[in-house]
Design a protein around this ligand. Structure first.
Ligand code: FA5
Ligand code: MG
Length: 562
């Protein structure tokens, strides 16, 4: 894996120590620094957490890496053929099927579900194009978490192991985020990362050898089989941020921790104050609901949570301010104050956990997830005596707020009328170049099994009760049906629509569902809104696309069209 910054990062990653178990921080003053050896700690109570023996992350060199999955000789042959073909990011179908992704060949197996339409978007690196709104937004976010307190990384290759995306982060084996309905698998060992948290472990390792840097940000493209609407896209960009506080030298561990608590309090005090009105629905941490970790001292924990919340409130305020300043004076008045709220959340890798929502275009829009890092994750990365927070934001969501971009698809546009509107480092209001007509088409069908989840609608908005997000989300709403290949899942129709019509579809909505009173079979009706951002679609074109969607639904999922 490449985390692009300095060689120091990779050196640190390679030399980091790996330890097992969790420190208990609230120990008596008699526990001295001298007795604070690893053998002493190994005897302490250990909290069960998946994968306590993590391998160091290594840089993936496409030339040195063997093709992934299947038998060795087959792999060698396949690699040779893929090399000869010289095709990047295209699925190859021969006797064997597979794909070369950014130069590395992968062989498909029964788990693979990545499609050409998705692979076509790999390597666009929108976050590295100086006048693209994603880059301008990325730079603004990074400026709120400046060097040298924070290192800034990007990771170009989106293919990660199942271990890095899920196991290391403590995702339970039956977490719905792991299912093929939510995640693009390259094969059973590799997937397109569903979140930047896949690099948390490596990034925490990078802090072990740092003297002054106590945090990082990671920016990268991430991939999810998700719903289709104006704020969701199967490929989007996330930025992850984290900050840790280690234990300095002290006469005893108790004193060292007291000094650390005082340091966090000082740093909290020094954070810029914000003016925004914030509603906080997540201030009480109970055992059942958003628990604090057994290793953490409640007083120190509260300070860490406050530091996290205030840092993110500052970020949201800066984004809001920049958006407001880009308006002409009359429009500024109408822009209104920022409405922001904190709500409880669940992620396997943080607790307590939270989400931030802002009021935008008449509804609550989720911007980010965050929380206090699970102690075993820090321990496994070599930061055994540290406490810390982490967050993950959707860069598109911030960019849409900043530039007034109404539809997430625009951010992938290559149309000069879009791209020509932006300049490096400048926040300018997006001027719609025109609105082309919508064309609604319904598709209704009987399914053989009930769709997964309480509602088949997309996961991550709190206003909807849906299936769990691919990167955490509400695991309690998981349904085992999601992992049964025969069952229909809403993300399946989303995927078919994406494959057939790509970004010519604005949204897909469930408009009707009912169960037949005698047969017990379920019928679903989805409304597809065909609308291009760049031109008017002809009737024939839409009919052809819609027929293809229907045919693919029938052949892939054995649904009976009505
Ligand atoms: C995560 O991905 C966690 N890894 C975040 C995290 C990091 C939590 C570190 C704790 C500690 P979530 O699935 O909620 O969480 O996604 C984070 C953000 O990505 C969302 O709040 C949203 O802003 C954005 N997002 C999610 N799905 C999409 C999508 N399909 N299109 C565009 N943006 C999306
Ligand atoms: Mg979320």
């Amino acid at each position: 894996m490449h985390l692009y910054r300095t060689g120091a990062f990779l050196r640190a990653a390679r030399s980091a120590r790996f330890v097992v178990g969790s420190p208990r921080l609230a120990v008596p003053a008699s526990c001295t620094q001298a007795r604070w050896s690893s053998s002493h700690l190994a005897a302490e109570e250990q909290r069960p957490f998946p994968d306590q023996s993590v391998e160091p992350s290594r840089e993936v060199d496409p030339n040195k890496t063997a093709p992934k999955s299947k038998g060795d000789s087959v792999q060698a042959d396949f690699k040779k053929r893929l090399k000869e073909l010289g095709q990047d990011n295209k699925i190859v179908h021969e006797n064997l099927s597979g794909a070369k992704i950014l130069g590395t060949p992968y062989i498909f197996d029964e788990t693979s579900n990545v499609s050409d339409s998705i692979l076509n978007l790999v390597g666009r690196n929108l976050y590295d194009i100086p006048d693209h709104p994603i880059t301008i937004t990325r730079n603004l976010i990074e400026s709120c978490f400046p060097y040298p307190e924070f290192n800034h990384f990007t990771v170009k290759d989106p293919v990660v192991t199942v271990k890095d995306n899920f196991d290391v982060l403590g995702f339970p084996a039956d977490h719905p985020g792991r299912s093929r309905t939510d995640t693009y698998y390259v094969n059973s060992d590799h997937l397109l990362r569903t979140h930047t948290s896949a690099h948390q472990h490596a990034a925490f390792q990078s802090l072990v050898a740092e003297k002054y840097v106590t945090g990082y940000t990671i920016c990268a493209d991430v991939y999810r089989r998700d719903s289709i609407d104006r704020t969701h896209f199967p490929v989007f960009h996330q930025m992850e941020g984290a900050k840790v506080w280690g234990l300095g030298p002290g006469e005893s561990r108790y004193l060292a921790q007291a000094a650390r608590t005082a340091k966090i309090a000082r740093q909290l005090d020094a954070l810029p104050k914000t003016d925004i009105e914030v509603e906080d629905q997540a201030t009480v941490f109970s055992k059942e609901n958003n628990p604090i970790q057994p290793e953490h001292d409640p007083v120190e924990l509260q300070l860490v949570v406050k530091h996290l919340k205030r840092s993110l409130e500052y970020l949201v305020e800066q984004i809001h301010k920049a958006a407001k300043e880009s308006l002409d004076p009359a429009a500024r008045e109408a822009f209104g104050p920022l409405k922001m709220r904190w709500i409880e959340a669940y992620f396997p890798f943080t607790t307590p956990s939270f989400e931030v929502e802002v009021f935008w275009n008449g509804e609550w829009l989720e911007l980010l997830g965050c929380g206090v890092v699970q102690q075993p994750i820090l321990n496994n990365a070599g930061l055994r005596y540290s406490i810390g927070w982490a967050w993950g934001v959707g860069i598109e969501r911030f960019a849409m707020l900043l530039f007034g971009i109404p539809d997430i698809r625009l951010l992938w546009s290559t149309d000069k009328r879009f791209l020509g509107q932006f300049a490096p480092g400048k926040i300018t209001r997006f001027e719609p170049f025109s609105k082309y007509p919508a064309c609604y088409k319904d598709i209704a069908f009987w399914i053989n099994a009930a769709p997964a989840g309480a509602s088949p609608v997309g996961a991550e908005s709190s206003s909807m009760s849906g299936v769990a997000a691919a990167a955490g989300g509400n695991a309690t709403k998981a349904s085992p049906a999601e992992t049964q290949p025969a069952a229909f899942h809403e993300n399946d129709i989303m995927e078919v629509v994406r494959d057939v019509a790509g970004s010519l579809v604005e949204d897909v909505k469930l408009v009707d569902e009912f169960v037949h009173p005698t047969s017990g079979r379920k019928s679903l009706c989805y409304r597809i809104n065909y609308r291009s951002l760049e031109r008017t679609l002809t009737n024939e074109e839409v009919n052809r696309l819609h027929d293809e969607v229907a045919a693919k639904m029938k052949s892939r999922f054995k649904v009976e069209l009505r």
